[in-house]
Ligand binder design. Sequence first.
Ligand code: SF4
Ligand code: SF4
Length: 120
Amino acid sequence: MEVFEQYWSAVQFKVCVNCIDSDGHGNCRLSGEEECGLKAHFPKIIEAILSVRDHRIEPYIESLRTNVCASCRHQTPDGTCSFRSRLNCGLDRYFPLIIEAVEDIRFGSEAHRDAFGDGR
Ligand code: SF4
Ligand code: SF4
């Protein structure tokens, strides 16, 4: 669980702080029916991003649609989402920044492991 907290802090710092729906300090003002997909699906989002390793954004979007949007109550069986089409989903709106925040941690920790190794 700790690892998700690390990702959440990074995303909050990079994305939520600048989001039109936050209080300006990274705390989300949306709840209930309006709850942001980023909060509602966070662990699945992290898994969706970490399952991809690509310099293009398209595979990440594909993974998000398959692993997160497909089970979101806002997406209809034909694959459309009215939240998304009206730019009301913070997760979709800021997805490139969310990927960056997550990848900074993933590659940061990999670089750290490469640099310090396992002592052998
Ligand atoms: S709407 Fe989403 S991206 Fe914006 S502050 Fe809330 S959780 Fe963060
Ligand atoms: S884009 Fe739509 S289906 Fe995907 S997480 Fe956001 S609200 Fe849900």
